[in-house]
Design a protein. Structure first.
Length: 494
């Protein structure tokens, strides 16, 4: 309760806490699915291309199975994303009513991207065994572009909330003379967009590779598992150092464009030079920091490459215009956790790269595969922490320096919002439970198909392509699906 009270201003309306908790829960749940929605189509098409180029049936089988996961994930993502869209209007009518004409185009772009992606995924799934291989692959190529378009819309809206521009205010304080291009391409849009997109590729690559890393640890070391691990892990490993540099770039942009948020991220109380860096630690209302590891002058060096760099402190603005001590501590911990996980992923990528360059093979250490199996979960945690840093560090503003969160919240009774929150939690537990059940059933179905194929000479999983005529079903066998039942590609889930 002590922490909860400090998360809100003393004069905050009663509706604000349940509204924020509900929004935070639905956003945190949705963002688990976003990496797969944005980056899995690209990973799948890379595997698909490899299969066509090298006439590799194993790669085609993996691509087909990943496309089934992609479709299921997309369906769940549509549900959770739609809930978020409604919550913007229901929970924050002050935001949408006043500023919707300025930044609402981002949500329109995302809606069109969702529609296009749904159509393209349906075509891609339908195309297995029904279209010529080249035609099928070419029809799938727009999928990554539509995923990037959806991310474009959302990041345009969020970056505008962080650095609003593209409007002027009339005498009543309402936005007029809207310039759509300036509202979309704000100072934070480029750094935030590319940091987010590469994070999605890193996360999806490590998540997919982690599944096959677990298989390797359990003794499944056939070509199917090696290829299923190598392609997504390689993509993620190549993107990891790029993401590290982009993360450093966006931190410097925050330092320049949102100095008070940067002060919260680094728990800097007083504006000064030679500012120390705190690794974790807790900020108190009097400006003191307890716990953590203090590194003298490092924060100034990281911010401006010199210990003489002046870092703006939280006290540079009135207390009502900055995150309070608890909010600053939350943003600081989220930022530090994200950086620690990113550093560990960078070390894992370097390990992989060094072994490959020196020996032209995959690492054989069990500790490498244990780390790879954990990398997917760690990446998701890092993504969650990134959004916490962005949103909590901006407090108390919902539109930075233009509208406070308390001014945007709904007038609906707080009791009603708490009841709504409870219902949403129950529904989301059911939805994600169903999602997990479907994934486990797909896994069991594919494993059974592989085991059946392994028992028949010449029908190993990599021996049957998803294209061309279906193998005949032996007498007495009953196909479990329309794909031929006994063939390993029958587990494609189309």
């Amino acid at each position: 309760m002590h922490t909860t009270l400090h998360l809100l201003a003393a004069d905050a309306p009663a509706q604000m806490l349940p509204a924020r908790e509900l929004m935070a829960f639905t956003l945190a749940s949705h963002i688990i699915l976003v990496p797969m929605g944005v980056a899995l189509p690209l990973i799948t098409l890379v595997m698909h291309y490899r299969g066509l180029r090298k006439n590799d049936a194993t790669a085609l089988l993996l691509a087909r199975r990943w496309s089934a996961v992609m479709a299921v994930q997309f369906a769940i993502g549509v549900v959770t994303g739609t809930v978020l869209s409604f919550e913007f209007g229901l929970l924050w009518p002050g935001l949408m009513g006043k500023w919707g004409d300025v930044f609402g185009i981002g949500f329109g772009v995302e809606a069109w991207a969702f529609f296009l992606e749904a159509v393209l995924i349906a075509i891609y799934l339908y195309g297995w065994r029904r279209l010529k291989p080249r035609t099928h692959f070419l029809l799938g190529l727009p999928l990554p572009a539509t995923a990037l378009l959806g991310a474009f819309g959302i990041l345009a809206a969020n970056s505008w909330m962080n650095t609003p521009q593209g409007f002027t205010l009339d005498a009543q304080g309402n936005p007029v003379d809207v310039n759509v291009w300036k509202a979309i391409f704000t100072p934070m849009f480029g750094p935030q967009y590319w940091h987010f997109v590469v994070a999605m590729l890193v996360t999806a690559g490590y998540v997919v590779a982690g599944v096959y890393a677990v298989g390797w640890l359990r003794g499944r070391r056939d070509r199917y598992h090696r290829l299923g691990f190598t392609v997504p892990f390689t993509l993620a490993a190549v993107a990891t150092p790029v993401q590290f540099m982009l993360g450093d770039s966006i931190a410097r942009q925050v330092f320049q464009k949102q100095p008070v948020k940067f002060a919260a991220m680094e728990i800097v109380w007083e504006t000064d030079t030679h500012v120390p860096e705190y690794l974790f630690g807790r900020l108190h209302p009097d400006g003191t920091v307890s716990g953590g590891i203090k590194v003298p002058q490092l924060d100034s060096i990281l911010a401006g490459f010199s210990p003489d760099t002046k870092v703006t402190g939280l006290t540079s603005v009135p207390a009502s215009d900055r995150p309070n001590a608890t909010q600053a501590t939350i943003a600081h911990w989220a930022f530090d956790i994200m950086v620690v996980i990113g550093s560990l992923l960078l070390l894992l990528a370097l390990w992989y790269g060094l072994v490959w360059l020196r020996r032209r093979r995959l690492p054989r250490s069990k500790w490498f595969y244990r780390s790879a199996a954990c990398a997917g979960v760690g990446s998701v945690v890092a993504v969650e922490c990134g959004w916490i840093t962005t949103e909590v560090g901006r407090q108390p503003w919902i539109v930075y320096q233009n509208m406070r969160v308390a001014e945007a919240v709904t007038s609906t009774r707080s009791t009603t919002l708490w009841i709504m929150f409870g219902l949403v939690v129950v529904v989301y537990v059911a939805v994600f439970g169903a999602f997990l059940v479907v994934l486990l059933k797909l896994r069991d179905r594919w494993r059974l198909a592989d085991e059946q194929a392994d028992g028949r000479p010449g029908e190993a999983p990599e021996a049957v392509t998803p294209y061309g005529p279906r193998p005949a079903v032996p007498a007495g066998d009953v196909p479990s699906s329309g794909d031929g039942g006994s063939t390993p590609s029958g587990g494609g889930g189309t």
